[in-house]
Structures are given as C-alpha cells and as structure tokens.
Design a protein around this ligand. Sequence first.
Ligand SMILES: C=C(O[C@@H]1C=C(C(=O)O)C=C[C@H]1O)C(=O)O
Ligand SMILES: NC(=O)CC[C@H](N)C(=O)O
Length: 962
Amino acid sequence: MSPTFLNSPRRILFLDAYDSFSNNIVALIEQNTDAKVTKASIDDTRFSNSKSLVNLTFAEYAQDFDAVVAGPGPGWAGCDKDVGVMKELWKLRDEEILPVLGICLGFQSLCLAFGAQIERLVEPKHGIVTAVLHKGQSIFRNVEKLQTTQYHSLQVKLGHPIQTNRAVRYPAQLWEPTEMCPQLEPMAWDFDSERNGAVLMGVKHIQKPFWGVQFHPESICTNEEGSHIIRNWWEDAQSWKRKRIFSHDARKTTLSPSQLRPMTFHDFRRDLGFYAESDTKKKPMRKGVAETEFLAKERDGLLPDELASLLAYGDDQTLPYLPSTVVHCATTGSGRLTVEDVCELLEIPRHEAIVLQSGLQENLVPMAVGTGRYSIIGLVIPEETLRLHYYAGSRIMQLRDGYDEVHTQWKVTDPWPYLRKAMNTLQPTTPPRTATWAPFWGGFMGYASYEAGLETIDVPVADSADHPDICFAYITRSIVFDHQVKKIYVQSIRGPNDFDWVEETQELIYNAVDAKSRESTPTSTPMPKPDPFEKFGPMYRYIDSCTQDFANREGYCEQVRSCQEAIADGQSYELCLTHQNEIRARKPTACRLSKAEDCQHSWNLYKRLAGQNPAPFSAYMRMHNVHILSSSPERYISWSRSQAAQCRPIKGTVQKKPGVTAAQAHAILSSSKERAENLMIVDLTRHQLHGVYGSENVRVSQLMEVEEYETVWQLVTVVDAVPPGVYKPSTPELWEDPADGSSGLVTRTSVPDLGFQAFVESLPPGSMTGAPKKRSCELLQEQERRVKRGIYSGVLGYLDVGGGGDFSVVIRTAIKVDPTSYYSSLTAPKEGTTFATTSPSTSTQTEDIWRIPAGGAVTSQSTPEGEYEEMLAKVNSTARAFTHLPPPPPKQKKPRVELINPDHPDYEALWNETLRGEDGAEIDVGTTDVETVLRLLQETVQRTLEQGIGILDEEDLNEEED
Ligand SMILES: C=C(O[C@@H]1C=C(C(=O)O)C=C[C@H]1O)C(=O)O
Ligand SMILES: NC(=O)CC[C@H](N)C(=O)O
C-alpha cells in the first residue's frame, strides 16, 4: 500500500486509571512502536464534563488516535468511578472502533464487557513474578518462555472448565471460548498458585480488534517477552486498521442511516495520520509545575518572580540586598575533623541550623558506594537568613525575615512554582574559581511534609498551623564536607563582598584541623564517646524522665488486617502503614529559659542518635518551632547540576537481633514477600521518573541489594534517570560524581530543570505510600485515623542554586514541634474545612513530646505480628537515643579500631595497617563478608597483642566471635 500511510506519525492513546505504573507502559510502548503516546485520565474533564470548553465526547476524542491502551488501576472494572471512560471503548460503534490493548484493569474491563465475571483471587498477586503458559498465537506469536510480573487481587472468570472444574476435556479446550463468553478467546493462563487455580492471563476478541493481558508487561521483572507482546499487538493493531481503511466491507453498513458518520477527505487523511495533534487538544493532562498555570496573579500576594527578587535583592527595608551572583569558595583538608567538630567550632548548635550529615564508618570513610559522600552544614545567620514557609490545607505561603517574622503572607494554588522560580533566579553568574565537587553552593535547605506531598496528587488535607508543611531556609553560607577525598569547602553566595568571611572561616577550620591532628590520640571514630559524667548531668536526668507511648500491638495488627482487606479487594497493591509513636520527657529548666540551651539540648540528642545509628542521610534541623533529629537510610531523590537523577527506594527490612545471621537476613530478603514489596516501589519509582525524563532515559542500576545498617538490614534499589540525549554513565560511582563539577552553570543553562520537576512530581515518596499511590494515600488516611503524618514521611534536603538537589525520606527520625504560641508571628490559618485531620500533640512549656513515627509496607503476604515487630524495630532504632543503655551491640559488627590501645607508641603504624587475606592481598572490608573480616581482624589483633600494642584479652575476642 501507499508508503505515506506507513511513514506517517502514528498515535496511541493511553487511558490512565490512576495507576502508579502508567508511565512505564507509555515508555514500553514508545520503545517498541513507532507511535507517539498521549496520556489521558479515565475521568479527564475534557470529555467527561459536558460543560467543558472543548466539549468532545470520548468517542470523538478517540478518533484522533490509531489505537488505545487501557491501563491498570485500583478497584473494580464494574465500578464506574474506577474505570471512567474506559468502559466506553468496548461500546464504540463499528465505524468508530479502535484497536485496544487492555492491561490488568483494562483487561478486566474488556472481559467484563463481553460477559465475564470479575472475582477476588483467593491469594492476591502483587509484585509476584510467574511463568505464564500462552497459546503462541496472535499477540503471543513467537513469544518464548514468558515471565511476568503481576499486580492484581481480582481475576476474570469466563466460566471455563479449567476454572470451574480445574480440568479440560482435551488440551486444546484451554484455548476455546466458553458459552458464557463466546467472543473471548483465551490466550494465556497462569498455573502458579494451587489456591488460585488456573488464572486467565490473556484474551483476544474473536472479531473486534481487542486484546488484553492480566499481567504487567512493563514491569522491570517481566522478561524481554513483554516487549515482544507489545510489538505483536502493534503490528496486529496496524494491520487491522489498514484492512479497515482499505476494505469496503468495513464501511458496509449494518447500522441505520442516522448512525452513519459521513467520511470526508480530511477524515481519510486523519486516518492516514497526516495531522499532528490538534492544538486545541494540546492542553497538558498531567498536573505539572508548568509556570503558565501560575501566571494569574495571586491577589495581594507575590508572584514567583517577585518572591525570587525579594530573596536576592531585598526590599530596602527589612530584607537585605545580597545578590547571589558570585560563588565564593575556599577549601581545606578535613583531616580528623568531624562534621560535629565544625558545627561546634562555629557555634551552630546554639542557634537555628540545618546539617545534612553522612554517617561514616569508623575510619571516617563513607558507609557505602553511592551515598554518604558529602555532609552539608547550612549556616542560619541570626537576624538575616530568609525563610519560606507553606501551610498545606490553607495553602498559605510566607516569606519570613531573619527574625523569623512574617514579611509577606499570601495564598497560593501551588507553592512549588515559587521555589522553582527562585532557584532559577538565584542561579549565580560567577561559579567558584576553585575546582569543586561540592554538590551544594548555597540555596534552599529544609523539608516538605507528607501532607505537602499529598496536595501534589490532589488528596485533600486539612488546615493546620502547628508547623509549616514546607520549610526552607535560604542558605547563603555553607560548609560542605567531601568525605571521599577528605576535603572541606567553605562557601558563600552572600553577595559579592563575602570572600572575607570565607577566608576567615577557612582559616578557623584549618587551625582546628591542625590542632586536632596534633592531639596525640586521634579520634578513631566519629561516634561520641560515652560521657562518664553523663550520669550526673542534665542529659541523664532528661533521659530518665522519658516515657514511651508506642503503637499498641492489637490496634496495629488490626490496622494491618484492615489494610490487607483493602488489598484483597483490589483497591491497593501495597500500603505503607505508619504510626505516630511518642516519647515524652520533662523539659529541662534551662531549655525553658533559654532558646540557645534548648537548641543545644536538641543537638546533644542528635549527636547521641547519629553516633548510635549512623546513616547515610542523617540530619539535624532546628528551624522555627521544629526540631528534627534524623538518621534516615533512604534517599528520596538526588540530581546533579546536569540533571542526572537518582532514587534509592528501600523496601524490605530485617531486624538485627540475636540469632539472626547476615546469611539469614540475606535469605529472608531474597524471599518472594520482601522482593515483591520492593518490586512494587521500583516500578512506581520508574513510573515517576519516566513521566519526567521520558521513555528512553530511566534505568535500574541496582535491583534489590541488601544493605547493612546499625540495627537493620534493608533491601535497596537504585533507579537512575538522565536528561534526553545526555551521556549515560555506566557505573554507580560515575552516577554519583557530579560530572559537571564547577562547570555546572554551563550545563545548567542548556538543560531544563528536570530534577526539580521529578522531585515535585514524585511527592509524597512512593516508599511511604504504596501503590497505586493516590488510592493508597486515601486509604491510608482512613487507616491512620486521619492523624497527620507531618514531617515524617516527607522529604528533607537541599536545592542548590547551581541546579542540583538531594533529599532523604524522613524516617528513623525524632521530631519535636514546639507550641506555635512561642512563635506568635504566625497567623494561624482558620480551622473549619470540611475535611478533618487531626494533628498529633505538640510539646508544652514543661513537657517535650518527641514523635518517632514508624511503619512498614503491608502486602497480602504480610502477617500482622510481623508488621508490628518490624514497626517496633524501626522506632527503636531511633528511640535508643532516648534511653540510658543502648542495647548490646548487634552481632557481626564491623571491626572496631578502639579495641586497640591508642597510647602505644606504635599505634600510628597499626592505624595504617590494612586487613590482608590468606594470600596477602588487601581486603576491602566494605564488601567482604563479616565472618571473614572478623577472623582477619582477630588475627591482626592477635599479632598486635603479641607486639604489646593491643589491650584486648581473650574474653573480648570471644565476645566478638560468637
Ligand atoms: C515506614 C518506614 O520505612 C519505610 C518502609 C520500609 C519497609 O517497609 O521495609 C523500608 C524503608 C522505608 O521506606 C519507617 O522507617 O518508618
Ligand atoms: N493492576 C491492576 O490493574 C489491578 C486491577 C484490579 N484492581 C485488581 O486488583 O485486580
């Protein structure tokens, strides 16, 4: 036929039923067809609302496409709200009909339309990978052994003998339509679960161009054959279309004349794909952060560029004129100086402050490849540092001055364009003169709460003013540690004349490094040594006064069961249930009287936590009325100045306790339950990044690897994304390095701010919600009795003026919120929206309330008891900082160098000794199994004992050993 037909751009409509995997499907289709995919929601107002401007029916709208993919989603095919316009696909009149591929919910909707029933599975399948038997025809032709990921609780019943009697009379009967559904030809079956019996995995309509699959071809764990099926479907869809266009039969009418739609010259051309998407329909579907949405001036408030200008140039009155054009930077080696040392040197603990700290191993090197390379101290300059607050629900935004007084307060429809504009405007014109790997030059440091995240996916939240939902300080002076190369950057973007401060501070730090290195006994570890006098000090009494109020076992187990019921009903695939645990303590008198003492006290608690529970994303934040002590192991998202992004979702937790060996932990984490939990979040994360970075630019660089922390083992996946057309690094180390270094500005201007967009569009973090995200969040609000999660479950980190960013997920974190009456400048937004959520209690004048929320992902395979124990393990990893005696050290610890006598004259030599294996080759302690390391350590120690350096005795050794 005409080659023009074959060469013209093809278009596929993807109908999104609010799933969290949709963009992976779009990517899979774009990778395996020559078509461009357009996404529309099942309830898109353009065709569901008769009053809409464009006012198309769905059938009319669909005519612009060559084919449709009806996607997965929560709920039931029989429920109008769950499928929206999807159900109309199957009813299109002959002349309107389009080839359709239904996936999961879309497949169920197709089958329902042609007589099938939908029922619950006995055993829901979420994130489970199984082999599927297929007919080898139609969209399964030439498909080999098919491994598929499944995400479903419901199944299609055709009344087939394999379903009703668990048997067929002859093998070929498996592929025959049933009396109940004569138009549906079975194409694939799953025999994986004894309890479920045979589950239908694919069908084809015998006349119409409709195909469907129950499994998820787009999942990272479906094998290559998933792509093959898409290519087959696309071929079939196109050949059906070709046949229809050029066959007179297709237009032959069995319809009444009034139902006939005349075909014009243009209709034929449209069918042949001559026209690109018409302009009227180009309106973006996705709720994004496009600036155009915010051009309407928020009356009495600020526009994004006005805010940006105030931040940079002040207002000639209370806000300073400090244009961020120049990045001043000076460097020095860090020697044995720790982040804590520098904070204390600069008296940071006595004021408001933000410190993002990477927990280190005891020899001061990063804990793992890929995270924990940098620590960042943001200096909050008293009476100067500007802040941005945002309150969810009431949607009030505030610009606050250096005294934490409200400078401007206004209502916004969306806070994020303000931050985006500010980041773009504050971009310096003169990058640092020194070569720098520092990922942060200056910019915003702070957090966004879970509720701020909920608003980005249109889940309503109540007004509440107990603490800001977004709280960022505009940091102009900062200290960055590069732990890998042991370097400290002192930096300022505080106007053109701030180099003096940089030099003075560098000098101060240099002298401290020098002084510390001259101390005869180097501090071998960043962990604070237990203070022998603590017993008589205020910290002892504070800890003594602590009482715990943690989730109660029965209540929590009941909530787990209730989550599992929602999953069994097909409403969610995985739900991350959490509880707001609390620790109450008597507020020390000094803290009541002095804000500086109060800050110092929180800092001391933070040091206990960071020492006991080192984590790559530890953080201390003391701003406004909020105290945050975090030991998070989880990266939400980071992106470099050249916009290469990385997410590190964690799912799967094994608690360290007596009797659980590393090998057992690995075994547990390789189980189908833990892998399923992780897989769902991996696919969700891919979906989010695909949505921003496009189909070709997302990859999973580490799939489900076990990482060891102080009290738990975790299953961690790494998903990377790069801007279209950019060099894609091949190793995790390369992804970690800011490839642009100081030249960031050059690359920055040439790429859009994809990282920031992915950051906003991925809120709230998927590992804290479950999938599909929106429905899961709505369900969790009910399960968690509408108690606000607040800062926990949100994200904390920085936005760099050079264009990068890095945020952790706020977990394993203690949070204290002081009563807002302390901070009277806050104008509390009015109560009284119809949608009520409650805020957990805040501290009082005499009592501190530390919230240490914790939770875990509930799946159909969870046990309520197991989930409760997991939640307790997580809360305890943080709550230990509030107890007197840390629990006995977990077994299989990494070697501790303090076991060696530091006063011995040969100590320095020993310090440099590396562990060697039998063959004399050096051993990488980080990657060698714990048993081997311990044995080698013991041998080394034995040698040093013989040389009289060690202070270990037999008992110590045995203790380490067993
Ligand atoms: C909910 C928490 O952690 C989340 C849940 C995890 C899990 O279910 O295994 C692991 C890490 C986090 O994403 C928590 O720490 O409170
Ligand atoms: N992934 C899906 O589309 C799931 C469909 C349906 N909600 C089920 O659970 O079976």
